[in-house]
Design a protein around this ligand. Structure first.
Ligand code: GLC
Length: 740
């Protein structure tokens, strides 16, 4: 509708109606399917406010959303349509690899296509807003939510933030898009000790340089919503932080969309010790310009009294309500509350072959080959394969945040391999995924009876072990599928141990004594510590939670139908004690290499190396390649010039390759010390076997800025290193000088 008509609607609405638009509840309040995973506390709000509420969380499906929409509009005095919002983080029904795997594709264009698909399915299911992309920079694999992020690098996360937002919103105009809601603003990935919901505290220069850029990239790409974080940042809970949400996000960045709190985070301002009670919490969140209160009672119960008691100007509520009405109007909901959603369109859209094809391509590119001793991969079709492990025939390959996905539609690893190996394949479970009753209890979703059933008796475990050994003895190659369970990673999935569990290690030990080739496929939502298995297996593939087409993609890589090109976007530690560990760290005054000190008096551990097991940007492909002839067009850069960086990439092996050529810089001297390396560009280059490609980058002064502790960006003259390579630890090097 026209804005003046919308403005008239706002003016005609009662205060209670306006407040209702700022309240978001989940399905159980509307007798609809409710799959919200968060804490199920009772909110103590009136049915009146439920009837007036303006948006709903995680109710999806053409039928369900129509029923809720019809009911809510019928009981609303002005029949205002609801906004339907859901966690469609990496796919709705066609589920892609987890974002830590999507990041490993280094293919933002393909990821954008994937998010087009997520939006097509989600919108066909009646959903309007996806609570994604999550672009938190992550440094600590102990934190379960690293699963949801593209990784540890601010530049790469920014590239994916843009492609994911555009992927969601590209087709909004024709009803096949979804509103993106970038999260969690800001800095949730910096939780201390990787402990879930823990404190986040960092310098302003670190915040601006390493944590804010991906959110800004999402806002610059047009993300229409932003979600605040559950955490405090430098002592202020972000959901009540007027500086962060109003001064930075709205005023400095020009964001004029909707801010939604994270689940119950307005109420949690009380638990943080930032608000005295629900009224104080509501006041502080609205003052910080949070528009929608997700699943907390504060706005619903307390805003009205704040206005009637004269403590809150009603115009503040008008501003928030106006932003909600604007988004509904932009989506055309007043003209068509269902956005032409139909069960027929839903059925046609979901899990179509073309969508599965993209999911498979994304999974093909997400898998990372970490080790391939003696080139035992790719497998040959006639090799006898013993596929062993709890993931061999497991459908649960979707990861914790695929809350709308149906595991029954996913392709298992056994199904994927069988399509190629046929009768050359034998499978055995070998061991349980988890045999730790305490861990299963802590995961919090299983009854004691269920836990008892999930853990085989010692006798059955021994039998599973023996069966695995038996089929392994008659095989040429063992393919081991081990890792963590779906609910060990993701939200509320923080862990202090990142090694494989004892029972899985025991199975590896037994099988490694058979003298057979062993390929380990790890299924995980985070970097694991694989240090204690690298010498027991020949090849290792990190498959993440690979999604609906996971089994096909794993087989594609195992048999060389696709040459693996995935490259890690998060560091794999040598030991969990190294966490947080990331490539773009500072030098310190006593770096282990190049320090004026010797022996123990350098920045190191006594009981472990400072280097990771696998660094950022690392991954193998079949065959080999050589990077050489790195040349700069000039060794002098000014603010108005640029430098061309060239090198040649030669395919020296027998396979066509997709090279991820990475460009890093290092500012040697600056008034705020700079990271030893910083990714500023990359190119995915296809290099057919036997061929050589010239690769070119351009460096401009604007890419060299850094931030001080007042959040001001700087550019300082001086010498810079340029690194170009296959990973952050394998680069050619040159230098140049920046001057006026
Ligand atoms: C959760 C998560 C957030 C999610 C929201 C709704 O607590 O922190 O990422 O979108 O609640 O489910």
């Amino acid at each position: 509708m026209k804005q003046e008509k919308l403005r008239k609607l706002l003016n005609d609405m009662s205060l209670e109606e306006k407040i209702g638009q700022l309240v978001q509840l989940s399905g159980e309040f509307y007798k609809a399917n409710d799959i919200s995973l968060g804490p199920q506390q009772k909110l103590g709000i009136t049915q009146k406010i439920v009837d007036l509420s303006g948006s709903v969380l995680n109710v999806t499906g053409a039928k369900a959303t129509k029923e809720v929409q019809d009911h809510q509009m019928s009981v609303q005095p002005h029949h205002i349509p609801m906004l339907f919002m859901a966690d469609i983080i990496y796919g709705y029904k066609t589920v892609f690899p987890i974002p830590l795997g999507l990041g490993a594709t280094w293919d933002p264009e393909l990821v954008r296509k994937g998010f087009n698909i997520a939006a097509d399915e989600g919108s066909a299911a009646g959903n309007h807003v996806s609570f994604a992309p999550m672009v938190d920079v992550v440094h600590d694999a102990r934190w379960g939510r690293v699963l949801e992020s593209p990784g540890e690098d601010p530049y790469l996360n920014s590239v994916f933030a843009k492609s994911m937002v555009e992927g969601f919103q590209d087709k909004l105009k024709d009803g096949a898009g979804q509103v993106a809601c970038v999260k969690h603003f800001a800095g949730y990935g910096g939780v201390e000790a990787g402990r879930e919901y823990n404190t986040v505290d960092m310098s302003i220069s670190n915040l601006y340089q390493n944590y804010l850029p991906p959110y800004k990239a999402a806002v610059d790409a047009g993300s229409k919503m932003v979600m605040s974080s559950l955490t405090s940042l430098n002592g202020v809970p972000t959901t009540g932080d007027k500086w962060l949400l109003d001064d930075v996000l709205r005023k400095a960045w020009g964001f004029n969309g909707l801010i939604i709190s994270d689940y119950a985070s307005i109420y949690e301002l009380i638990k943080h010790g930032f608000a005295k009670d629900e009224t104080d919490a509501a006041h502080k969140a609205l003052n910080a310009t949070v528009d929608i209160d997700m699943k907390s009672p504060c706005y619903a119960k307390r805003l009205q009294e704040l206005v009637t008691d004269g403590k809150l100007d009603e115009t503040k509520i008008d501003e928030a309500t106006w932003r909600v009405l604007l988004l509904k109007n932009e989506l055309g909901l007043f003209e068509d509350p269902y956005r032409s959603v139909s069960e027929e369109r839903e059925a046609k859209s979901i899990l179509s072959d073309s969508k599965r094809k993209v999911a498979r391509e994304l999974a093909d590119k997400a898998l990372v080959l970490l080790q391939n001793k003696n080139g035992i991969l790719p497998l040959k079709k006639d090799e006898k394969i013993a596929l062993i492990g709890p993931y061999a025939n497991e459908k649960l390959l979707l990861g914790m945040w695929a809350v709308h996905g149906d595991p029954n539609t996913s392709v298992t690893i056994a199904e994927g391999i069988k399509e190629i190996a046929g009768d050359n394949l034998k499978t055995a479970k070998g061991t349980d995924l988890i045999r730790d009753a305490h861990l299963l209890k802590e995961i919090g979703y299983f009854t004691d009876e269920e836990i008892d059933k999930m853990i085989s008796s010692e006798k059955v475990e021994q039998k599973n072990n023996d069966e695995a050994v038996k089929i392994a003895q008659t095989a040429d190659t063992i393919v081991l599928t081990l890792g963590e369970s779906t609910l060990e990673a993701g939200e509320a999935g923080a862990k202090t141990k990142l090694t494989l569990p004892e029972n899985q290690l025991h199975l590896i030990d037994r099988l490694s004594k058979l003298g057979k080739k062993i390929v380990l496929i790890t299924i995980s939502g985070r970097p694991l510590v694989l240090t204690n298995v690298v010498d027991k297996v020949d090849a290792i593939i990190e498959a993440w939670f690979p999604g609906t087409e996971g089994g096909h993609a794993i087989a594609d890589i195992l048999y060389g139908k696709v040459n693996p090109s995935g490259r890690l976007t998060m560091t794999f530690p040598y030991a969990v004690g190294q966490e947080p560990i990331y490539y773009n760290h500072l030098s310190t005054g006593r770096p282990q290499v190049g320090s004026q000190h010797v022996g123990r008096f350098v920045s190191k551990y006594l009981d472990a190396p400072v280097t990771p097991l696998y660094p950022f940007g690392y991954g193998l492909s079949y065959g080999s390649s050589e990077y050489k002839d790195l040349k700069l067009s000039s060794h002098k850069l000014t603010r108005n010039s640029s430098i061309k960086v060239k090198l040649t990439v030669k395919n020296t092996g027998g396979y066509d390759r997709r090279e991820i050529v990475q460009l890093y810089i290092h500012d040697q001297v600056a008034s705020i010390v700079q990271p030893v390396k910083r990714l500023i560009d990359f190119k995915a280059v296809k290099v057919p076997r036997g061929q050589t490609k010239e690769v070119e980058f351009e460096i401009k002064a604007s890419e060299l800025t850094f931030y001080d502790n007042l959040g001001r960006d700087y550019l300082e003259n001086g010498d810079f290193d340029v690194f170009v390579g296959k990973s952050s630890a394998d680069c050619l090097k040159e230098t140049f000088e920046l001057s006026e």
